[in-house]
Design a protein around this ligand. Structure first.
Ligand SMILES: *Cc1c(COP(=O)(O)O)cnc(C)c1O
Length: 359
């Protein structure tokens, strides 16, 4: 079921960035945004595309006080012939609804949600940059809007989508990152909100990220919140390890975010004949593998970077070097394969791409 969408075009279109090398991430926004309101009485209503701008919000809104907010992150890619396509967008839509269910926010009709995304992207298609590795980042989000301070499941919400042209994640080749294993703060616990893509998880993770940065690391590697023993994620990416010829990645126990890049890497690895183990993987097992040489490669997976090789792992006062601090062959192969599919350079045998419009 598609939602009805009214379109009000801006009368003052912005100048599009001319230097695609300095786009960065999430600093520039397109001319329009999508908004739709929800109330218990009316359901979803007033779907609209309007000029990009401020969203007036009641000061007592649930989002400000109790963190009722969820989001998604996906990209629109321009293929060689100019067409605009998305990558597995229905996966984002389904995950958005799973996040909404966890936070007591209203469900969206799947087809309606995807149509809202495509309609906005098509209107903004000239904002999808052209240079190698660039894309239009799409940020759907939803927040509770009840204009009073009582604590309960929300009765009013807003669903919004904004878009931002983003630069190539890797400008000068892929550089392996330096990761600190976090031993104090935890990101999530089973039964909590770890599997939901919600703002609160990020708010709680900022301190460890800041500490890691101050100590010269790029990201933290999170351990489970109960025993601080099992590996969960790296920063805001899922994480994978090549041990000998086997790939190991933390199982989706409820505190790990079910990444779409993770899922796609698993599908590719299996198609290439690798054994992929989704299981509990302890930090002790990881460090032992680093010390005895069975740890061949380690990498994070996520929409922004696709894959991010881990070159150094710091734990308990010791820095372990992985793959001689170079990008591993399998990490590179995953990166090449996924980016080729996303930017339409290679046949999409899995049927993962979704065409929005001609260029
Ligand atoms: C979004 C996200 C990921 C990666 O998910 P993708 O669907 O691959 O982009 C991993 N971990 C966290 C915490 C995230 O928020």
């Amino acid at each position: 079921m598609k939602y009805e969408i009214t379109v009000t075009k801006t009368t003052a279109p912005k100048q599009k960035p001319t230097d695609e090398k300095s786009l960065g991430f999430g600093r520039i926004f397109t001319d329009h945004m999508f908004l739709m309101d929800y109330s218990d009485k009316e359901g979803w209503h007033n779907g609209r595309i309007v000029p990009f701008g401020m969203i007036p919000t009641h000061p007592a809104s649930t989002v400000f006080h109790y963190g009722a907010e969820i989001f998604e992150g996906m990209k629109a890619y321009r293929t060689a012939n100019g067409d605009i396509q998305l990558f597995r967008p229905m996966e984002n839509v389904k995950r958005f609804n799973n996040s909404a269910a966890r936070l007591c926010l209203p469900q969206l009709d799947e087809e309606g949600c995807l149509n809202a995304i495509s309609t906005l992207v098509e209107l903004e298609k000239d904002w999808v940059p052209h240079s190698e590795g660039t894309s239009l980042y799409i940020r759907p989000f939803m927040y509770g809007n009840d204009p009073h301070l009582g604590v309960h499941a929300v009765a009013n919400a807003t669903f919004a989508i904004i878009c931002s042209p983003v630069g190539a994640y890797y400008k000068e080749g892929i550089n392996p990152v330096k990761i600190a294993i976090e031993e104090e703060d935890v990101r999530a616990v089973r039964g909590g909100t770890g599997y939901a893509k919600c703002g609160g998880n990020y708010a709680a993770s900022l301190r460890a990220g800041q500490k890691a940065e101050q100590n010269g690391f790029t990201q933290v590697l999170w351990l489970d919140g109960v025993e601080r023993k099992y590996i969960e994620e790296v920063g805001s990416m899922n994480v994978m390890f090549k041990l000998g010829e086997t790939i190991v990645t933390p199982a989706l126990t409820g505190s790990v975010l079910p990444g779409i890049t993770r899922k796609s890497c698993i599908d590719l690895l299996k198609a290439w004949g690798y054994t992929v183990e989704e299981r509990l993987f302890s930090v002790d097992e990881l460090i032992a593998a680093a010390e005895n040489g069975t740890l061949k490669e380690a990498w994070g997976t996520g929409t922004a970077a696709v894959v991010s090789p881990i070159g150094k792992l710091y734990y308990n006062g010791v820095t372990h070097v992985v793959t001689d601090n170079q990008i591993g062959a399998l990490t590179q192969k995953l990166y090449d394969e996924l980016t080729s599919i996303q930017w339409g350079k290679k046949e999409d045998v899995f049927g993962w791409t979704y065409k929005v419009c001609n260029g």
